[in-house]
Design a protein around this ligand. Structure first.
Ligand SMILES: NC(=O)c1ccc[n+]([C@@H]2O[C@H](COP(=O)([O-])OP(=O)(O)OC[C@H]3O[C@@H](n4cnc5c(N)ncnc54)[C@H](O)[C@@H]3O)[C@@H](O)[C@H]2O)c1
Length: 356
């Protein structure tokens, strides 16, 4: 069977998450080229995953022009997604884009339009939708075990992004809400078929107004209250003032029970270490003393099954599942921008699209 050929652009943090996925689906996918403006990162990534038969590039446009592939996988800073995607669609490739789809709603729309014009698929990498614990929670809800779901609290929070581009609004699209909050927002929208009816939000405001990261242009703390058409309410949180490792926590409350999902600290391991260990969980500052080191963190956060789903979809020329299509990334970014508007203007926003 023909394998899906992938050009991976970007060879650092998120590219490593994707590469682990590709390394576990070599039955249907092969990395044919890797591009990063830093050639050392390309080499290091390939070596880490034992990829030997690939072309290395340091110019993304040249790579897209020259590499014969089926899919271009974009693991670049947020502001570069749009140009890379448009170029790839012109070449007739399918595209995977990391989150957020773009830094502006207009750019996100341009990506969706470019995919449609090319007759190719835009896949939006929302890993939460493949997190096994979250999917199990949804099964429990579907069988009625917590009764009627009424309220969801969902957050992604940590101590700050490792990437310089996340410090400026132009390159990132905002602060913690667009960079981290896009996960819970996209998850909720996928769950509720985009049928949100009302939202209201507060952020720290960015720069000097931030709680802690005064040099960061975007906000370092943000929360939104949302209501959905079916009456469910939700609280979404995203901040960079959370120490101790990344918190990906989702709570579901029904009229006959509740579910607490902790994607990052639910390891079966409890370790006490005086010298510390090399790694425990994403964004943990220290590893000494008691810790709960993750067991297959990338699988539990959803990346591994996400990549397999995209490879199967590309192989079959199909759209990804709801929540993972370009249009879903576009809808999530629209909501994030309304969250910013609500916080800026101190207003509650209704979804006019729901009125018939
Ligand atoms: N799904 C997730 O959980 C998750 C986690 C982290 C990051 N991300 C997303 O992944 C994307 C990349 O973030 P990251 O954390 O990997 O960033 P990063 O800074 O770790 O890596 C970005 C890479 O892009 C390279 N690059 C920059 N400009 C380039 C250019 N013009 N041509 C070629 N290479 C270029 C850089 O050299 C760097 O190696 C972002 O959109 C981010 O939001 C998603």
């Amino acid at each position: 069977m023909k394998r899906v050929k992938v050009l991976l652009i970007g060879a650092a943090f998120s590219a490593d998450l994707h590469m682990d996925g590709y390394s576990r689906c070599t039955d249907i996918a092969e990395i044919v080229a890797i591009c990063d403006k830093d050639p050392d990162r390309v080499k290091a990534l390939a070596e880490r995953y034992n990829v030997t038969d690939y072309a290395a590039y340091d110019d993304m446009f040249k790579a897209i022009d020259e590499v014969e592939c089926d899919v271009v996988d974009i693991c670049l800073p947020n502001f570069l997604h749009v140009e890379a995607a448009k170029h790839a669609f012109k070449k007739g490739r399918h595209v995977i884009s990391e989150k957020p789809l773009a830094t502006t709603v207009e750019d996100a729309k341009a990506m969706v339009d470019a995919a449609n014009a090319a007759g190719k698929k835009l896949y939006y990498a929302e890993d939460w939708l493949f997190a096994p614990a979250l999917n199990r929670a949804l099964e429990v809800i579907d069988e009625g075990a917590i009764g009627k779901p009424m309220f969801i609290r969902a957050r992604e929070c940590h101590c700050g992004s490792h990437s310089p581009f996340a410090q400026t609004i132009k390159y990132c699209g905002g602060g913690s809400m667009v960079h981290l909050g896009v996960h819970p927002v996209c998850f909720l929208l996928a769950l509720k078929n985009n049928r949100w009816s009302e939202l209201t939000a507060l952020t720290s405001g960015g720069g000097e107004n931030n709680l802690q990261h005064k040099k960061m242009e975007g906000e370092d703390w943000a929360a939104a209250l949302m209501r959905f058409e079916d009456g469910t309410t939700a609280v979404v949180e995203a901040n960079y003032v959370t120490t101790g490792g990344m918190e990906d926590v989702i709570d579901f409350y029904g009229d006959k029970g509740c579910i607490h999902v902790d994607l990052t600290f639910s390891s079966a391991l409890n370790v006490y270490s005086i010298p510390g260990l090399s790694y425990t969980v994403e964004k943990a500052e220290i590893t000494t003393g008691w810790s709960k080191p993750a067991v297959d963190e990338k699988f539990n956060l959803g990346y591994i099954n996400e990549i397999r789903h995209f490879m199967e979809s590309a192989r079959d020329g199909k759209d990804a599942k709801v929540g993972l299509r370009g249009i879903d990334g576009y809808e999530a970014l629209k909501v994030i921008n309304l969250i910013y508007k609500s916080a800026r203007e101190g207003v509650s926003i209704k979804n006019d699209g729901l009125q018939k």
